[in-house]
Design a protein. Sequence first.
Length: 196
Amino acid sequence: MRSADVDARALARLTRRLPVLVALVLVAVGCSARERTLDRSSISPEEHTMLLESDAFQEGGGIPTPYTCDGTNISPQLSWFGVPEDAIELALVLHDPDAPGGDFLHWVVFGIDPAQTGVELNKVASGATLAQNGFGVTQYRGPCPPVGDPPHRYVFTLSALRGRLSFSEGAPGDDVRSALAPLVLDEATLTGTFGR
């Protein structure tokens, strides 16, 4: 059998198997990336690398209607990882930097135990304190941009603090937000969009 015939057959077999091999490589790469995303044990406490995620939407993605004023206005599930070991408490803020009147607060929660790793759908972290948002209430109020505006960005920010905030329930959210700024050890953000 000529060498050229062997090479042609080998090439034909490889060509037939190539889509399978490519698929296997893509699956392996995808699994590896997924493992890197989910494996938080590799985060060094010294790096203070926090991550904030939600089952409801991904970074930069659209916020589904149930979490907005056009829906049932419920707060989304949130998970966080990599909180610094020396954090004393956590604070969570949702704001709209694209609001017509300037930055607008939708949700301000502080006094969250740093041992907690998230909040469930339509819940507040156990033992946490709520400040007053831009609507003048202490509960979550979801995205609600003016009709006809381009989609606004809605930024969830989780802050790990080196000290405790001394505000009580219903304190002005802007005051709480200003007071937490100098106490921040690390922050993580999750941004979604919504338009009407």
